[in-house]
Ligand binder design. Structure first.
Ligand code: BEZ
Ligand code: FE
Length: 308
């Protein structure tokens, strides 16, 4: 029988051999991790994973990431998941405050923008799936909703200016109190939300109230991150639109009140020049907003809706 010293002596060369086969440097480790992804059969998924792995590894090397910091990051992601449910989508909020949602919207709209299409803006966490279908010209503000009156009249057009009939237009906005209806027990269910269908001239319209700016929700892990970064948490006043029409790429955008003091300081980087509009004051003191929204030809897609 071998003594334990003899066993260790015979094991050493094997262990050394084995060690040679294992990735001992960050570069060799990355090669091994990329090789493990070679079998991914979906080519787009493989492309995304390859790039993600390269960037993740480069990031960890660049910042000299410690294991403790990795744990903090993983815990943050777990808490983002736990803070997400039918009432709130913290994951979307994270993509928004990182500027990722705005970036991806711009990437998606590259061709449309080059051809004069309407600039996109993120959907955010407050779109609801069951927004009520309303007649054109109807109010979306329940009786008693405070605020200055606003009439919105829009046209949905192709890139060459042809009206798009029967387009589905989803709209939602915060109240002058700075809260969406689902955040505010004082507002009626589905207040300041609606779904419209464009007429033969591609038109839709509704009565509402002038929205105001608001703070993004900071009661979850995204709030901690914003706090650590010492960032301002306001969004300028805006109305959301999602336009869906057969034969056209879906457009998600927002129209911002150019007179809002935060018009150029949007915490989620959505307010861009072409989306800033003046709400025109009328002789009776109410406001009016006229819009043309231009869609690129393509395949319609119904975006993921964060709230029921
Ligand atoms: C919104 O516009 O509704 C929104 C967007 C990002 C974060 C929070 C709210
Ligand atoms: Fe909003």
């Amino acid at each position: 029988m071998k003594s334990s010293a003899q066993a260790a002596a015979t094991a050493t060369p094997l262990a050394a051999q084995h060690r040679e086969a294992l990735p001992a440097t960050p570069e060799a480790l990355l090669d091994a991790v990329l090789a493990a992804n070679r079998g991914t059969t979906n080519p787009r998924l493989k492309q995304i994973l390859d790039a993600l792995l390269r960037h993740l590894h480069a990031f960890a090397v660049e910042v000299d990431l410690s294991y403790q910091e990795l744990e903090v990051g993983l815990d943050f992601l777990v808490r983002i998941g736990k803070a997400t449910g039918p009432e709130k989508h913290e994951g979307i909020l994270l993509a928004d405050i990182l500027g990722l949602a705005t970036l991806v919207g711009l990437i998606d709209a590259k061709r449309s923008l080059a051809a004069g299409g309407t600039e996109p803006a993120l959907i955010g966490p407050f779109w609801r799936a069951a927004q009520p279908l309303r007649e054109n010209g109807a109010p979306i503000a329940a009786e008693g909703t405070p605020g200055e009156r606003l009439f919105v009249s829009g046209r949905i057009l192709s890139l060459d200016g042809e009206p798009i009939a029967n387009a589905r237009v989803e709209t939602w906005q915060a109240s002058p109190g700075g809260l969406y209806e689902n955040q505010d027990p004082h507002q009626e269910e589905m207040n300041l939300r609606g779904r419209f269908q464009t007429d033969a001239d591609g038109r839709f319209s509704f009565h509402s109230v002038r929205p105001s700016g608001y703070a993004v929700p900071v009661d979850g892990p995204c709030g901690e991150l914003l706090d650590a970064q010492q960032r301002a948490i306001m969004r300028p006043a805006h109305l959301h639109f999602i336009v869906m029409a057969e034969g056209y790429k879906t457009l998600a955008t927002q129209i911002f009140d150019a007179d809002d003091p935060n018009a150029y300081r949007d915490v989620v980087f959505g307010a861009v020049g072409s989306l800033l509009h003046r709400f025109e004051r009328q002789s009776d003191g109410s406001f009016r907003l006229d819009l043309d929204l231009k869609l690129e030809a393509g395949t319609m897609r119904v975006p993921m809706c964060p709230l029921p």
